[in-house]
Design a protein around this ligand. Sequence first.
Ligand code: SF4
Length: 341
Amino acid sequence: MYLFIPETVYFEPEALDYPLGAKLYEYFFKKDIPIYKTTSHNRVTGIKGDSEVEKYLHSKRTLVVGVKKTMKLEPCRPSADYSFSLTTGCPAHCEYCYLQTTMGKRPYIRIYVNLDQILGTIQKYIQKNFPQKTTFEAASSSDPIAVEHFTGSIAKTIEFFANQQQGRLRIVTKFDNIDSLTKINHQGHTRFRFSINSNYVIKNFEHSTPSIEQRIQAAKKIAQAEYPLGFIIAPIMIYDGWEQEYTNMFNQLKHNIDFYSKDNLTFELIQHRYTQSAKRIILERFPKTKLEMDDQSRSKKWGKYGKYKYVYPADKSDDIKQYISILIKERFPNSIIEYFT
Ligand code: SF4
């Protein structure tokens, strides 16, 4: 199991007033990791590196511990009603990741220590929508499991949702750092999804992430702990041999998860897409990328953020949807495919 440890940590001063802030300070101090104070995460300076690429890489190993100020939650369709953040940023280096464009030039990882306030906000949203159920996505701007070994924030959030009659938590991760979550009394209120992909995609584009075997073994532990379970297959790519590789992946999944009967498995399917700004940044940071981003062989689709997304043309997109759906239904007939996009 790979456990991320930052090379540098910055603390916003008020972070130390919170128990989690104090705990993190002691943790990194004992590990001899350089600690600096910063008046605000916007003022973090001194990230190492001579080139933009080096600065990007060092940013991914830099942590800023602070207090979440904005308490307004954003809608998060199609995955959930709202998203919230315990962290932003991620230590992994997936070439296609949406964080390449949303995190700016220095995508350091932020951890928010005012957990009680964040959970209090969620409680208000649940009450407002009562008696309907409200779902919340915890991983829309980060992979919070990547830092769970020192924050413990996801464990506390799962416990919080266990007591919410009409609140449901959704988490997605590529990380296998989940042992601390298997003993929690979750009451079935948290749906854990693992983001999985073919060997080709993981090897070429998902740097510093666990292998498919490690992710499936982690999913198996979550299944044994009787959490509602799901998988996100994203981004699905077409390349030489893609059908066989995705078949192998689903065979491997069936072999390990077949015993799971607690709840209907869910699958979310997302084809590869990019925007022009993402393409420009990806080519700067990964000049030798094998990501296929030929505009001529894609269709343009208007996105909700006012930018065109370049998706596969309709015939190829239909091929992906049909092929992957059959693989799923043949192996997991009771599962639910929540969406394909
Ligand atoms: Fe982005 Fe997820 Fe990869 Fe992290 S693991 S870089 S959040 S795609």
